[in-house]
Design a protein around this ligand. Sequence first.
Ligand code: HDE
Length: 710
Amino acid sequence: MPSRKTAMPAPARRPAGGAAPQALPPGTGPGGETHQTAGVGQPLLTSNQGLAVADNQNSLHGGYRGPTLLEDFLLREKITHFDHERIPERIVHARGSAAHGYFECLRDCSEWTKASFLSKAKKRTPVFTRFSTVAGGAGSVDTPRDVRGFAVKFYTDEGNFDLVGNNIPVFFIQDAIKFPDLIHAVKMEPDRGFPQAASAHDTFWDFVSLMPESLHMIMWAMSDRTIPRSLRMIDGFGVHTFRLVNAAGDWKFVKFHWRAGLGVESTTWDEAVKIAGADSDYHRRDLWEAIERGDFPTWELGLQVFDQATADSLPFDVLDPTKVIPEEIVPIEVVGRMVLDRNPSNFFAETEQVAFCPSHMVPGLDFSNDPLLQGRLHSYLDTQLSRLGTPNFHQLPINQARCPVTNFQRDGQMQMQVPTGRVAYEPNSLGSRLPRESPERGFNSVAVEETGPKQRLRPESFADHYSQARLFFRSMTAPEQGHMVNALAFELGKVETGAVRDRVLSHLVLIDETLAQGVADKLGVAPGSISQATPAREPQDLPPSPALSQVATRAGGLKGRHLAMLVAEGADAELVNTTKQALEKARARVSVIAAKIEGVQLSDGSLLKADGALAGSPSCLFGAVIVLGSEAGIQPLLGHPAALDFLRDAWRHLKAIGLDAAGQQLAQAAGIGNDEAVLMLTDRKTVAKYLKVAAAGKYFAREGQPGTDA
Ligand code: HDE
């Protein structure tokens, strides 16, 4: 039973002006709020010292309407805790969303590695995976054009292994010493504090135009990979070359790949921009809701394993993180899968406090000499000290290893354990059952030989900055190439300094003439006026790698996709139900959108509840759309800007559009065109046809038609 109480024993308030106190209505606080007190068996609200709190509504005042007293230790404890609720956000990858799950090994990998989590089929290892954007702050939107972080903490029975990767297999720079410069260039410009979460500004393009090693990554960044539809629809990559080591001590090189079970899917640029306004938490919400409804996202873990001889035969250096090894050269072996099946219980305690470090390693894996990786081995431990404030960050529940942690490290801020005994050093002879090193089971670095002078240099083998940028561009399908041209033109169109734009063009022309010309046209740069940069090494034509194209490799299907049915009053009940059932059978998620959130009445008089009101549910939020209504019911929507934009945007964003006769009236009013992805829905058969078209994803053949982005 809620019990209400007033703030003061004397239920009276003296209005300003000194008039007589007025009685408060019984059961309300002075602000009219209601609150509960503890009933039998209910937990008590306490202070952080366990003291039961009698009144959580009012601070302690000296006298009736008097000042708040310094004595109010409960007020001070609560406010002080609140004042310190934030910890420094990550300097990069501040905006993130995460989930728990497991990694399941699918095959015995002991020929390559002794890592226990890869030792036998069906072995499961718990994981916590955090996805992120790079440039924006923690409160920034989910859908800027940006690389996505893809960090997986494996809680293995031999200690934690963190695979801290991205959704793009290469990186902007080759040496860790350039990272602060890269990040300063892409973040908000320091004098003005904008733009937030955007690379489309002078300092970023100034930097990259002076650093041609970034060009391959720029090609990826300007592709559709950086505007994903969902975090469930991104691939992940370890980026660097690592090593696998087996029980005999033999090692091979390895590159890690995560492949999204749903395939890779992206929005268009205009869609991403509109989503940012319609739902700035779009990706976070999508991941959370999918897991809540049991639609667990999955990824395959693939390995590209190769030896030194293969590495030596490649026309680039495998230690250079700006290069991929095409799968056509070294195939990807699938060795496991990851399933994310549980949302965090507390965003701060888990998603915010999780501390990833590429230096968190397990026996059976080892680093390579990639100079970017080597720098990361320092940076992450250091940053955790600054963010979490103590070398004991590993004791936070989300960071704790799931195997025993026993050593002689002691004390420090926020020590949460109570170590016992007098021995806190090693070697020792005074205790029993104390932890001891193990040459057999412990982590051993591969004893590779290193020789040569100590010097600051970039190896000659890192000098080709254009060939793989070209390889990437030429491996894309025509629509993907078009999107890259548009993206570059958009970004450079935001650059104020002409010399920076020209310098970027001077690199693009070395990558591919049509790319450079396409961008130049959109910028209004006269043909023939593009100068050419001088490459450190002449680019080569490498064989294209169709596996790099997300369009060419799209598997199709509606599973896990979110579709919208905009339903107007009086829509045919049978058609609505048939369509909804067919979509659900295809394992899509369907949201009913109506002009009013309470829903609509269908032709048979039944009430169809809406999942979203039209005003807050623009079509950019969905993968494909349907509009159903009736002659009378559609009328109010024909002049409704949100309804017209619903279809105009669905058309512009290349979506499959299903319409009944009323829907067609709306389409006409919206002025959208007609093509093979705009389908008339009348019955089960036409619905089945629509499903097939929608399952194919975006209808790129529409691009260039009026109302779409050319
Ligand atoms: Fe990171 N990076 N990074 N990075 N990075 C951080 O660590 C850094 C790099 C990546 O969800 C920071 O805990 C340096 C490559 C992800 O918590 C910081 C260099 C790749 C995440 C840091 C790189 C990444 C981070 C910031 C160049 C892909 C988010 C907060 C040598 C392989 C992890 C933190 C999460 C986070 C430094 C380059 C991926 C500052 C110095 C390459 C996914 O330590």
